[in-house]
Ligand binder design. Structure first.
Ligand code: TRP
Length: 330
């Protein structure tokens, strides 16, 4: 039996190059080795986007399509919708009884996300998302969770919750481990430390070849470099970090020629735009194919959700038994 992986995304919009580098690429590789579950976290998206639930349907399809275009094989991976697994909500309720408010308030991921969003006060659902994320992972007994580095404190809390559950009732839930990829977080096109749709500095995975070139042209570079022959500082240049992420073979050469002022920013940007387009081209083809049969995307989500639901029901029998909630079992 293959070990089970669970990971996924809040469905708050299309995925971008940062998602690809930070996790999607890894998942496409992992699906061949592991029983892969991908959660379309619509409930978690509501923790910050509850004012516009009507946008979820579109986001859901976009993210599913981004997965498929990136090379997730629906025969290998189970893509499912969080809100359609009521057992996740049930588990969340049970876990929430023994998680303290303080431990959530002091969780570094929660703190930094609340700060980024300028939250003065914390919503109950948002504050508690590490609890529901624990349910996302444990409902199907996943043991490995590929996540970005920023999610590590949430994973620590998940492991604590699982240990506590097992100790309080009966050891029925495996303690999952985080799996962090080797690619550092991608910086934004504006040089901000984080590529993010809400910061407006992202390159969506469905960009056309022309859009990639245009966005690269306008991307920030080393601010100290004014003339083409000025020596550059690749270590602070967003474009160089893209070379490292997507053009590994040529990155050393770029470092060298940029530092010596031998290559201009325009040429350097053309090179990386070309590599990114080479990467995106097969995704564009798969995307176009799927868009010819959009019903297929829904079918994949429905089939994945049905499969995930079966796992959920099995786990809940054990959970309810462990908690002695199986009142009328004969
Ligand atoms: N919080 C994760 C993120 O923002 C998304 C997510 C939701 C997730 N449920 C999950 C990740 C379960 C791993 C496992 O990236």
């Amino acid at each position: 039996m293959q070990e089970r992986i669970l990971t996924g995304d809040r469905v708050t919009g299309k995925l971008h190059l940062g998602h690809y580098a930070g996790s999607l690429k890894n998942r496409v590789e992992l699906q061949h080795q592991f029983d892969t579950y991908l959660i379309l976290a619509d409930v978690q998206a509501l923790t910050t986007h509850f004012e516009h639930p009507e946008l979820l349907q579109g986001h859901l399809r976009n993210v599913a399509l981004d997965y498929l275009a990136a090379g997730i094989d629906p025969e290998k991976a189970t893509i499912f919708v969080q809100s359609l697994i009521p057992e996740i909500a049930e588990l969340t309720a049970y876990f929430s009884m023994f998680v303290t408010v303080n431990s959530l308030r002091h969780n570094p991921t929660i703190k930094s996300e609340a700060k980024d969003r300028g939250y003065q006060e914390m919503y109950y659902g948002f504050l508690g998302y590490p609890v529901s994320q624990t349910a996302d992972i444990t409902f199907c007994k996943a043991t490995l969770v590929p996540v970005g580095e920023d999610q590590l404190p949430v994973m620590e809390q998940t492991r604590k919750i699982v240990r506590r559950f097992n100790q309080l009732y009966r050891p029925v839930l495996p303690e999952p481990r985080a799996l962090v990829g080797d690619v550092p977080r991608l910086v934004g096109l504006d040089g901000n430390h984080k590529m993010s749709k809400s910061l407006g500095n992202a390159l969506p995975l469905d960009s056309t070849a022309g859009e990639v070139k245009e966005k690269m042209k306008r991307a920030k570079t080393d601010p100290a470099r004014i003339h083409k022959n000025d020596p550059g500082h690749p270590e602070v240049c967003p474009i160089y970090s893209y070379h490292q992420a997507f053009r590994k073979e040529g990155a050393d050469e770029i470092y060298d020629s940029c530092s010596k002022g031998q290559i201009g920013c325009a040429e350097c940007k053309q090179k990386i735009a070309q590599s990114i387009n080479n990467l995106l081209e097969p995704m564009r083809e798969r995307r176009t194919d799927y868009l010819k049969h959009p019903g297929r995307i829904d079918e994949i989500m429905i089939a994945g959700t049905e499969k995930a639901r079966l796992a959920a029901k099995e786990t809940m029998l054990e959970v309810r038994e462990a908690m002695r909630l199986n009142y009328f079992k004969r």
